[in-house]
Design a binder for this molecule. Structure first.
Ligand SMILES: [Zn+2]
Length: 252
């Protein structure tokens, strides 16, 4: 018995509504609650039996708005330092992150097991991947499963962030570690290399400097994952603001 529930993230939205979508397994029509239809073409639902999550595409005639860039509407909840009990303003700088693709749809959200967003595009490997902010390429590597990965280090008002772009089908020409990149420079093409079931971008954002031996949090990949899980537990979702843009991202 497949029981499907909307995950909590959808419940924070304003004005829940109900739509119908098909369960491909048994072709039953199901009802889903979903958030603002302009903001979300898909819902992530959980299978209670095995806790896996799947994405259901809502059958809608969406009219989507174009946006030029995404400004973070609220400051990410930062970790409270254990020794500081302060109600002072958060120190996270106001910042603007850009979408990593021209077109896309979020198919998976961050969780303790998946500290990233998965983004698909109808363009498939034709979708170019861009940095979410200006920065410097800090890593070009493959993981043990063969995923092509690029990381970019960002310095935003003195605060270091790393964005990680995974499963690329190929790297951009002339990409090298240390290369300064802007939001308009290609990092490569969307793909499905490595542990992946389809063409998509897996993008993680953490507030640390991956591969920087002086970074106390993520000097290497182990640190990156360890730190990422800690930050997810602290409700840091990095690129989270981007989920609020319309799902068809004519945004660059
Ligand atoms: Zn992923």
């Amino acid at each position: 018995m497949l029981q499907l529930i909307c995950i909590a993230i959808l419940m924070i939205a304003i004005g829940l509504q109900t739509v119908h979508a098909f369960n491909e397994k048994d072709n039953n029509e199901l009802e889903y609650e979903y958030i603002n239809i302009k903001d979300m073409a898909q819902v992530e639902v959980a299978n209670k039996e095995d806790n896996s999550t799947i994405i259901k595409t809502l059958m809608t005639g969406l009219k989507l708005e174009n946006v030029e860039e995404v400004e973070i509407p609220s400051i990410p909840r930062e970790a409270s330092l254990p020794t500081i009990k302060s109600v002072a303003e958060p120190v996270v700088p106001k910042q603007t992150w850009h979408l990593p693709t021209e077109v896309g749809r979020i198919t998976q959200y961050p969780s303790y097991w998946h500290m990233a967003y998965d983004i698909t595009s109808w363009r498939g490997t034709g979708e170019t991947i861009f940095p979410i902010a200006n920065g410097v390429v800090s890593g070009i590597y493959t993981d043990s499963a063969g995923a092509l990965i690029v990381t970019v280090l960002h310095d935003i008002n003195g605060k270091k962030y790393t964005s990680q772009y995974v499963h690329l089908s190929r790297y951009a020409k002339d990409l090298y570690v240390g290369k300064p990149v802007t939001i308009n420079d290609s990092l490569g093409q969307m793909g499905t290399t490595g542990y992946s079931t389809g063409v998509h971008l897996h993008i993680a954002v953490l507030d640390c400097a991956l591969f920087d031996p002086n970074d106390p949090y993520c000097p290497d990949l182990n640190g990156f994952f360890r730190y990422g899980k800690m930050r997810i537990n602290q409700d840091f979702i990095g690129l989270g603001s981007v989920v609020y843009v319309p799902p068809s991202w004519e945004a660059r």
